[in-house]
Ligand binder design. Structure first.
Ligand SMILES: [Zn+2]
Length: 308
């Protein structure tokens, strides 16, 4: 189970063989979004930069043990988030702003678990391993469930069923209660329960089709899988937006159902990872604009410089 793009894989190969250019490329590719993420959680921007530096160091140290279970971006975000939580114990550090707003500060065991879930999977220094050791059966179960979830999300997107996607995203990624998810989407609580039930059924069927032997081990009652689905959804950031999609959103070039969903994920749900990407892209665009402007000014003015 690997979530690495070709570009990521190539870059990692270079870095593993000690190529400094490759490393510089990786740092410059991810540094901006990590700093944006850290700045939303920390008051001093110097602290944010220190923690991002630590994060890259931890990444490099743990590189040999990194098996690519998540994208480089997700892996870096997870290390950084762990460091931020260690840095300021007790501060709000939900995966999305909605968690902080709805349950922040007031107990909420499930939310605490949600906030901690990815951290249990990545030690502070991820040199040991990205995941705790598991046996083969668990690996198979996890990878079957991950593929089924990806399939489900893909179907929602390709059929334009963003409402159901939002429901399960609120339940599994943000760990909202049915009642709260219903309120946010202006749905009946029973309706939310029904959508969840249908999704769990489809997940079971997808696993059954892909792994007929494995499916017989799955009981009708899927409840025990809720925690595992949440954990996978959060650590793999299954419904997070592609950077190119966030870029298109910034340019206002997305078509409507998509545009609406992207706005939901970024603003209503307030996914802190995707917001960090948005912030980074905004800054880059601004930099590009100023660079372009500077180039234009230089071009049009340089000829006048040494004129007598
Ligand atoms: Zn996201």
């Amino acid at each position: 189970m690997s979530d690495l793009s070709e570009a990521d894989r190539f870059l990692l190969e270079q870095i593993r063989s000690g190529n400094a250019d490759g490393w510089a490329q990786l740092v410059s590719r991810y540094q901006g979004r990590l700093v944006s993420f850290a700045r939303t959680k920390l008051r001093q921007s110097a602290d944010a930069e220190d923690l991002v530096q630590d994060t890259f160091l931890a990444f490099l140290k743990g590189l040999q043990g990194f098996r690519g279970e998540a994208s480089i971006e997700t892996y870096l975000f997870t290390i950084l988030r762990r460091k931020i939580i260690n840095w300021g114990r007790g501060k709000k550090a939900g995966l999305c702003l909605l968690q902080d707003v709805m349950y922040g500060g007031k107990g909420g065991d499930t939310v605490e678990q949600a906030a901690d879930a990815p951290e249990q999977l990545a030690a502070d220094e991820p040199t040991a391993s990205w995941y705790a050791r598991r046996d083969e059966a668990q690996d198979l179960q996890r990878s079957a469930l991950t593929s089924a979830l990806r399939g489900l999300i893909e179907r929602f997107k390709s059929s334009g069923n963003f409402r159901d996607l939002q429901v399960v995203e609120l339940l599994f990624y943000s760990q909202l209660r049915n009642k709260d998810a219903a309120e946010i989407l202006s749905l009946d609580e029973k309706h939310v329960g029904l959508i969840k039930h249908r999704c769990l059924k489809e997940i079971r069927e997808r696993i059954g089709q892909a792994h007929p032997l494995h499916a017989s081990a799955l009981s009708e009652d899927f409840e025990p899988y809720d925690a595992l689905i949440t954990e996978i959804w959060q650590t793999q950031r299954l419904s997070c937006l592609k950077r190119s999609t966030i870029g298109a959103h910034l340019l206002g070039s997305l078509d409507d159902p998509w545009q609406e969903y992207v706005t939901f994920h970024l603003e209503r749900l307030g996914c802190t990872f995707c917001q960090a990407n948005l912030e980074d892209l905004r800054r880059q665009t601004a930099d590009d604009t100023s660079r372009t402007l500077r180039d234009r000014i230089m071009e049009s003015t340089v000829g006048f410089l040494s004129r007598p």
